[in-house]
Design a protein around this ligand. Sequence first.
Ligand SMILES: Nc1ncnc2c1ncn2[C@@H]1O[C@H](COP(=O)(O)OP(=O)(O)OP(=O)(O)O)[C@@H](O)[C@H]1O
Length: 223
Amino acid sequence: MSVLTLNNVSYKYEGTKKNVLAGISAEFEMGKVYAIVGKSGSGKSTLLSLMAGLDVCVNGEIMYNGKDLKKIDRDIYRAKGIGVIFQAFNLITNATAVENIVLSMNISGVNDKNKKSYAYALLEKVGIDCETAERKVLKLSGGEQQRVGIARALSHNPDIVIADEPTGNLDKDTEADVLGILTSLAHDDGKCVIIVTHSRKVTSIADEIWGINDGKMIPVKQQ
Ligand SMILES: Nc1ncnc2c1ncn2[C@@H]1O[C@H](COP(=O)(O)OP(=O)(O)OP(=O)(O)O)[C@@H](O)[C@H]1O
C-alpha cells in the first residue's frame, strides 16, 4: 500500500495566473527510493513543500497512509510522519552535531529517556563518530553537515524522508556516500525516500523516477 498518495493535486501561488502544478497524481511506497526531476521553475520545491506538510494543497488530495493531510493535524504529520533534508542543511551552526539532533527530538516531542545516546547512535549510523558529533556544526565539512542533516531528519523515526537536492553541494565521493545512506534507509530500513534532484547520479540509484513538466508529473524511464 502506498504511504503517500497524490490525487489530482493542483497548486497556484496567490496573485499568479498559472497553475504551477496542474492535476498531479502519484503513489509512493515504503522501501523505495524515488527521484523527482524537472527543469528549474517546474514546481519541484512547490510539490515538496506540499508533500512535507509545509503548505496546504487546496485542490486535490495528498493522503498519508490513506488519510487526507487536510484532515489530519499537520504539526503531528511533520513531527512524526515525515523528515526533511534540505540542500542548505538548515542546521544550527553554533550548536554541536549531537545538540542539533537532540533539539530536533525535543521539537518533535520524542519521548525517549536517553535522547543523547540515541542521537549519538543516529549520527554513528550516518558515519559521524563521537568526536565529530561533539564539534560545532560550523566546524564540520559540507559532507559531514549533510550527514548530520540526514540524522536530524531521522530523529523522530519518520516513515517518509524527503530530500531537496541533498547532494547539490557535495563532491562525487561524498555524494556517493550520502546516496548510499539514503538507499539503505529505503532498502534496509523500509522507509520511503523521495529525492528532488538535478543529479544524474541520484536518478541512477532511484527505484522510480518522476518528471515534472508544464504542471504535470509523469513516470520517467531509467536510462
Ligand atoms: N511564493 C511564490 N509566489 C509566486 N510564485 C512562486 C513562489 N514560489 C515559487 N513560485 C514560482 O513557481 C514556479 C515553481 O517554483 P519551484 O520553486 O517550485 O520550482 P523548482 O522546480 O523547485 O525550481 P528550481 O529547480 O529552480 O529550484 C516558478 O515559476 C516560481 O517562480
